[in-house]
Design a binder for this molecule. Structure first.
Ligand SMILES: [Zn+2]
Ligand SMILES: [Zn+2]
Length: 328
């Protein structure tokens, strides 16, 4: 049912965030004290969990209105919009003889995660039916969107026909090195009676990046394109910049003393998102429809899905805060 490209989704989402802000649904400007790393709260959130460089300013609190109308206090989390501890990529492999180190990964929600190597490029019609020709037969070079114009033409909903049969990748240089966004995340999560569908970014990672909703893989494949992810499950959207579509181990930066799965970030409703597997490789099985459960140490929290499922969590257990692009 996904008909919108990534690009359209992100435009819609950022517009919605602006509308919410403009209507008073998102932010107010009262100043308040910075959060001490040791401040005790009734959520698992802690500013100290974010790694150096992930955030563009110290986390503060402000009044906010959540998705179901609760007026409360939110953490203001201003992410840098690119991973604080590594370079992104690679995404598309240069040729049909490239090995897995020269390209990233692809997933379509079926559960499989594919290395985007030369063989993957050669075998696309086996996977997805006829009509695929993502490389130059004469040279063996992969068709890659290597300019900003190509990136934007290939990443829009009505893909420019000239960029069908392209591996799509965009540079962070096209978006000023990264798109900062401000997330208002409730300091005291408010559980919903009925979980909410995910229609926005899911949350933020400890390395300063947005967790995007499911990649619109049907639309991407329907246009004979592969919107390549790097091995960390992220890629550059021409509007939102770099964002993650999967948890592959790069963002699970906060290990837990009791062996529980590592923390990777926080959802927009204030609950923690942890890795799928714990320190022993065990997957928690007693999860609710949102992929959440509770324990004494962490309260209610989520466990991410596998990368091949093209998602992080199944729904929002709590009322969501809001997202806006950062000005200046
Ligand atoms: Zn995306
Ligand atoms: Zn757990």
């Amino acid at each position: 049912m996904l008909k919108l490209s990534d690009l359209t989704q992100c435009v819609l989402f950022s517009s919605l965030a602006f509308i919410l802000s403009a209507c008073g649904g998102g932010t107010t400007d009262d100043t308040s004290a910075l959060i001490s790393p040791t401040a005790s709260t009734d959520s698992y959130f802690n500013a100290e969990f974010f790694i150096d460089g992930a955030l563009l300013e110290d986390i503060s609190t402000q009044t906010c209105t959540l998705s179901s109308g609760t007026v409360t206090t939110c953490y203001k989390v201003v992410i840098a919009g690119k991973p604080a501890n590594r370079d992104i990529g690679p995404f598309c492999p240069p040729s049909i003889t490239s090995d897995a180190t020269e390209g990233g990964i692809w997933f379509d929600g079926s559960g499989e995660v594919y290395d985007i190597d030369g063989d993957f490029i050669l075998n696309l019609d086996t996977l997805y039916g006829s009509g695929w020709q993502l490389y130059d037969v004469a040279t063996g070079l992969v068709n890659v969107t290597n300019t900003q114009a190509a990136c934007e033409a290939a990443a829009r909903p009505n893909v420019d026909p000239a960029y069908q049969n392209y591996c799509v990748q965009c540079s962070l240089d096209y978006v000023g090195g990264g798109v900062s966004q401000t997330f208002l995340i409730p300091t005291s999560p408010v559980a919903l009676t009925n979980p909410a569908n995910i229609n926005s970014d899911v949350g933020v990672t400890l390395d300063g990046v947005a967790l995007a909703p499911a990649a619109p893989v049907n639309a991407i494949l329907g246009n004979y394109t592969i919107a390549a992810f790097d091995d960390c499950g992220g890629h550059v959207n021409p509007f939102e910049g770099y964002h993650y579509h999967a948890s592959t181990g790069c963002t699970e930066l906060n290990s837990q003393a009791d062996g529980h799965a590592s923390l990777l970030g926080f959802a927009l409703d204030g609950y923690g998102i942890f890795a799928m597997l714990d320190a022993s490789g065990y997957e928690e099985t007693a999860l609710d429809e949102c992929r959440g459960h509770s324990d004494e140490t962490r309260g209610y929290h989520y466990h991410s899905a596998s990368a091949g499922e093209n998602m992080f969590i199944g729904c929002f257990h709590g009322e969501q805060g809001s997202i806006s692009e950062t000005q200046g």
